[in-house]
Design a protein around this ligand. Structure first.
Ligand code: EPU
Length: 423
């Protein structure tokens, strides 16, 4: 199993180009099941999770390959398969999002019920509620969710105890797009990735309005054709590099980004002392004379709030602050596995329910650590950049799920980072 070794304390500078959004690509890839005719997607990152989704789609009769210019070509060649098997869904929860499109285009779907995950209990009740509200007849059998019946449209409120659901919104939206009747999706997730999916669907001939808001109105259509579409930049990857820029007090420009998708994050990083030059598609960190980091409390929330997918990286930042910061998780109250690994590097972090209290320190020292999930591994790499000595991050397959060529990108900024293969 590979690990990533980071030698801390190097001066970083230069620019890093952000990849297309993983979490935007995944539901859009699933949406190709709905389309008659080829789809060409640009700016799809080369990541493990994308490979997994492409494999699932092949099993579901959607041929796909990378073209010479890097774009992804997809075309449905077989409409018979309706089953997404446990073996694939267990590798990536996001594959549950093929359910809506399979049902809407092929009349039925059988999708393995996703298991638990390190972020805690992750139910799919809202997906089920939403699909039932627009006509689905759903039952559970031998670990699979079975969906049949015509898509009829309807009105449904998709908010849950932790806000709305991103992939639940995607599932219902995709099914409603190719059905009969009108669907009113109240309490819809407002994440930019959902907006991107709406634009993709409309480009294919769907009629979705209210895009970007919490109420989506979908007039079902009889047919969706293929289209060409460019995936939005990955706001979490961008923010991860900006957090690293602030931690190392480095003149780093993060390019090919959509700053308007990162307002909550930019605001908190600025509160922590960052000075940014913000352009149309770049954010540049301007180092400060003292390089100090102020403690800032953060609460994760659904968009446009501070993203849970940046909580671990922000915690790494706060381990270096001049004082105490409180980070509260309101999306995944159990998502704190990285706290004990950061502690191995010398961070002082205490858990109080769904909050973590971090006492900043100026001394982190490198150690072997274990990544528990994708964002946790990013936080450990960031901490490694400022820790004395070297930090070995194990289980880096997590990072390959969501950060395209992270060690090359950091090397280009001047970091001393390498991947060590252990067969
Ligand atoms: N929830 C329910 N019932 C449901 C669905 C969700 O109670 O039926 C709860 C969840 O347990 C959680 C909250 O609602 O407490 C929000 O979960 P959501 O459904 O929005 O998460 P998701 O759609 O499964 C996506 C991202 C995650 C990201 C979350 C929150 C993708 C592929 N995944 O997951 O990304 O953390 O939204 O923003 O888009 C990551 O990229 O590292 C990652 C985990």
């Amino acid at each position: 199993m590979d690990r990533i070794r980071v030698h801390g304390g190097r001066d970083l500078s230069g620019s890093v180009r952000v990849s297309g959004s993983k979490n935007s690509s995944l539901p859009i890839l699933a949406a190709t099941i709905l389309c008659d005719g080829p789809v060409v997607l640009r700016n799809v990152p080369e990541l493990k999770d994308i490979e997994t989704m492409c494999r699932i789609l092949r099993q579901l009769g959607v041929e796909n390959h990378r073209q010479a210019d890097g774009s992804l070509y997809l075309e449905v060649v077989d409409r018979k398969p309706v089953r997404a098997a446990y073996d694939l869904v267990r590798q990536m929860r996001a594959s549950f999002v093929v359910m809506g499109p399979l049902w809407a285009r092929r009349g039925r779907a059988q999708v393995s019920y996703p298991g638990g995950c390190v972020l805690g209990h992750r139910p799919v009740d809202l997906h089920v509620k939403g699909l039932e509200a627009i006509g689905a007849d759903i039952h559970f059998e031998e670990g699979y969710v079975h969906v049949v019946g015509p898509v009829r449209g309807g009105t449904v409120f998709l908010g849950g105890n932790y806000g709305s659901t991103v992939l639940g919104t995607a599932n219902v939206l995709m099914a409603a797009a190719l059905g009969q009747g009108t669907t009113i999706l109240e309490g819809a997730a407002m994440e930019p990735e959902i907006e991107d999916l709406c634009h993709f669907l409309n480009r294919c001939g769907a009629q979705v309005s209210g895009i970007g808001g919490h109420c989506l109105v979908i007039e079902g259509v009889e047919r969706l054709q293929g289209c060409e579409h460019e995936i939005i930049p990955d706001r979490i990857e961008a923010a991860t590099y900006l957090t690293g820029a602030l931690m190392t007090n480095s003149p780093i420009s993060v390019d090919a980004v959509a700053p308007q998708h990162m307002l909550a994050v930019l605001d908190k990083l600025q509160a922590a002392g960052a000075q940014f030059e913000v352009g149309k598609d770049f954010v540049r960190n301007l180092p400060t004379e003292h390089g100090r980091i102020r403690p800032v409390d953060v609460t994760t929330l659904p968009y446009p709030g501070f993203p849970t997918d940046l909580q671990a990286q922000f915690m790494a930042l706060m381990t270096r602050a001049d004082g105490v910061a409180v980070i509260t998780e309101k999306v995944y109250p159990e998502r704190f596995m990285h706290a004990s690994e950061l502690a191995r590097l010398g961070a002082a972090i205490r858990r109080e329910g769904s909050s973590a209290i971090i006492q900043g320190t100026h001394e982190l020292s490198g150690a072997p650590v274990m990544a528990s999930d994708l964002r946790a591994s990013a936080s450990l790499v960031l901490a490694g950049l400022v820790a004395g000595g070297h930090t070995d991050v194990r289980r880096v397959y997590h990072i390959d799920r969501g950060y395209e060529r992270i060690e090359q990108k950091l090397q280009r900024l001047g970091a001393e980072i390498e991947r060590i293969s252990e067969g």
